[in-house]
Design a binder for this molecule. Structure first.
Ligand code: SF4
Ligand code: SF3
Length: 585
């Protein structure tokens, strides 16, 4: 397909791209998808924990995703399956293309919950996906290979307009094959959402040039498998577990990228107050973007703060040493961003999930970069942050210093394992009775208070390891210390789940047992698809008795759940008291 100059590509030629209501009001203001028919739901999505009524979003996403964007995402996933079939065939004739590998992950990432809401962005991604697919098909043929698939994903031609693409996407929704066995569909979707999470981690790692051909091969094989009608429950379950295993490698690569560039995190007290001066707030998960902001804002009287999942970045020694204006942390988890961003007196950059519909009050102060986007919000290039800096200089910033206490971060695997002897001695002399990993996503539901209460109720002779944005339910709690080790250890972002695995593996060696023999329990909160990938990784490691909440995924059928319960004793959270009693006996 000939590359057309879409609105976003056109705007990419300038520093900032703004798309949205001003350009095509009908897409964004109407709640009704172009492709929707009267008797048919406008969309269907159930990939995240906050899905409508625990079943599926059918009119508009609880997250704000419109039916049009949902249809474009469904179409993109379908074209990625076609691209993947071609990539699988390419590998059989020794062709693996880095551009295709990276594109597949970036495109998967863009369909994650709370990442890309801009329909024009999907128009660009769709064109590129089909172009890459067709170029790979041609290369396979000229290398003497063949493609053994009759899937429509391999031959589909894109409609020429955004409106046409939305209509076209209506045929490729998650429920577009009504006659499929529900358990097969459940496993296909578990695999798809796991691959989305893995794609996101792989995309973050690739920014550091940390890549693994085996992982790319798996992502393509996994996506291609969803078009293969001969795949039965057993083979799909094997792919689901392989996704967890391969995701461990993806997280390891990301850890190597982050620690290679910025050093291993060290325990660091992070101020929650403010410093007089112009201000920039960086949210999301991308450390390289944070470094770019710090570089572009230095010596300009600007103070840089982290928000949400960027909090653990304060533990990276290289960032702290190089940038004295990298000061403190502002705010909590993604679901509170509207009221928090509303009060921030400077410019804001979203580097990845989780963006929420911005209020008018700060819409002109917020920028997106990379895979994340919102219609009408300025999307800036990673290599030119001038609009962000100019906005920070234009806005008032903080007029005085304020104190608001500090929190401790920086307990990655190196820092925790540097006190391994104390930990082992503590377990042996019974001053440490148990470890809890209370990690995962935060979210809106009141039932997530379980995690706050759980941490508050953990006994004084236990240690709580935490990671990801779920920690904001309890990150300022003063739990005290055991033998000089803080009882609450912040391991990092959701992207740092590898660190938690490393800690668990080191403990198994120290105690000469397997992970299920350790005094360690996993209390997981999930929301989006990175968390699905991490959960699959924990299962792939053979970890049993994981407690998952606040609700179980809508895409898991009772039969699939039964398999997970029988093999891993995966269970829903109940109440903190009951769960603590069951764990501690
Ligand atoms: Fe609904 Fe979640 Fe899908 Fe958004 S991502 S449409 S909230 S299920
Ligand atoms: Fe959070 Fe979105 Fe999952 Fe990174 S920022 S953990 S939800």
């Amino acid at each position: 397909m000939k590359k057309k100059l879409s609105r976003r590509n056109f705007l990419k030629k300038s520093t900032i791209a703004i798309t949205g209501t001003a350009i095509v009001p009908s897409i964004l203001s109407s709640g009704q998808a172009w492709g929707a028919k009267k008797d048919k739901p406008a969309m269907f999505c159930y990939q995240c924990e906050q899905t409508m009524r625990g079943k599926g979003c059918t009119k508009i996403g609880v997250c704000g995703k419109t039916p049009d964007v949902a249809a474009l995402q469904d179409l993109l996933i379908h074209t990625l399956k076609g691209l993947s079939i071609a990539a699988v065939a390419g590998r059989k004739v020794n062709i693996s293309d880095q551009k295709i590998n990276r594109f597949t992950c970036m495109a998967l990432f863009s369909t994650l919950t709370n990442v890309e809401f801009d329909p024009y962005r999907f128009e660009d991604l769709l064109s590129e996906s089909v172009e890459l697919r067709d170029s790979m098909i041609a290369r396979v043929k000229s290398a003497g290979g063949s493609i053994d698939s009759t899937s429509d994903a391999l031959t589909l031609k894109l409609k020429p307009s955004l409106e046409g693409l939305v209509k076209q996407g209506g045929s490729y929704g998650l429920m577009s094959e009504p006659d499929i066995n529900p358990d097969i569909r459940s496993l296909q979707h578990l695999l798809l959402f796991g691959l989305k999470g893995m794609g996101a981690y792989t995309d973050h790692a690739a920014e550091h040039d940390q890549e693994d051909e085996g992982n790319y091969e798996f992502i393509h094989r996994g996506l291609a498998a969803m078009t293969d009608k001969t795949k039965d429950l057993k083979s799909l379950l094997a792919l689901v577990l392989e996704c967890g295993e391969k995701n461990l490698k993806a997280m390891e690569l990301l850890d190597a990228g982050n620690t290679g560039a910025y050093g291993h995190p060290v325990p660091t007290a992070v101020p929650l107050g403010s410093k007089k001066g112009k201000a920039i707030l960086v949210s999301g998960h991308d450390l390289i973007d944070l470094e770019r902001v710090l570089e572009a804002s230095k010596d300009k009287g600007i103070v840089v703060y982290t928000h949400g999942e960027m909090l653990p970045c304060h533990g990276y020694p290289v960032l702290k040493q190089r940038f004295p204006h990298f000061y403190g942390h502002y705010g909590t988890a993604w679901q509170n961003q509207k009221k928090e961003f509303d009060k921030f007196p400077g410019a804001i950059l979203m580097t990845s999930n989780c963006i929420q519909k911005p209020r008018k009050s700060y819409k002109k102060n917020i920028f997106t970069t990379g895979t994340v986007g919102w219609p009408g919000v300025a999307h800036i290039s990673k290599s030119n942050l001038k609009p962000l800096i100019d906005k920070a200089l234009e806005l008032p910033g903080y007029t005085k210093d304020t104190e608001n206490g500090k929190v401790l971060v920086g307990f990655g695997h190196k820092a925790v394992l540097s006190v391994a002897d104390k930990i082992v001695a503590g377990v042996k002399d019974k001053s440490i009775r148990h470890f809890f990993l209370v990690g995962g996503c935060d979210g809106v539901k009141k039932s997530r208070n379980y995690y706050t209460e759980f941490v508050e109720k953990t006994p004084k002779d236990s240690i709580v390891l935490t990671l990801a944005c779920g920690k904001f339910k309890f990150f300022t709690k003063q739990l005290g210390e055991i033998n000089g080790i803080p009882r609450l250890l912040d391991v990092g972002q959701c992207n740092d789940a590898h660190s938690a695995v490393q800690i668990a593996v080191a403990l198994t060696k120290a105690f000469n047992t397997d992970v299920n023999g350790l005094p360690l329990s996993f209390i997981i909160s999930w929301y989006e698809q990175k968390a699905v990938a991490v959960l699959l990784s924990l299962l792939a490691l053979g970890i049993k008795d994981i407690r998952l909440g606040p609700s179980l995924p809508a895409f898991i059928t009772p039969n699939v759940l039964d398999v997970l319960v029988k093999n891993y004793n995966l269970m829903p959270i109940s109440t903190p008291d009951k769960d603590l009693e069951a764990i501690l006996g």
